[in-house]
Design a protein around this ligand. Sequence first.
Ligand code: ADP
Length: 168
Amino acid sequence: MKRAIYPGSFDPLTNGHMDIIVRSAAIVDELYVGVLNNRAKNSLFSVDERVSMIKEMTETISNVKVVSFDGLLVDFAREIQANIIIRGLRAVTDFEYELQIAQTNHVEYNEIETIFLTTSLQYSYLSSTIVKEFAAYGGDISQFVAPQFVDRIYDKYGIDPEKRCRKQ
Ligand code: ADP
């Protein structure tokens, strides 16, 4: 049984994250999407909101479970008996950090392997940070996230509905 965890902040979930979820769910038996409850970090959406947004988007993928976790990823992976970590790689800038983390995780938990999926080309520029920066100024985010999240994101920034940019 191949059980994997795909960890992240998902603040908010983007089309790039969804792409990794769909593709990795197709190659493992069970995929846990692990939403990091990082108390030190100021997140736009609460951990419960992030979990429910991802659940909303994955309800038709039968082998995906969405959970929140805090503390060390390797400890959580052990707890749920996952021995694969899925990470997305967008560009070389992701690589150095991801390599370090993957190697450290392997030292901490010998049975765990990290699998990197390279981003689909159309999402290689996309990050939650970019979505938030555009949304904060009413920029068009409709190509970055699921349609039902667009207004929820603008609402967080109190963007006047008149000033919300829409793709024509
Ligand atoms: P972000 O960097 O968008 O804030 P997270 O911290 O939630 O995202 O990242 C969770 C995982 O998703 C990481 O492995 C990250 O590399 C991957 N990821 C994020 N955006 C994309 C994307 N556009 N394409 C592929 N993988 C991505």
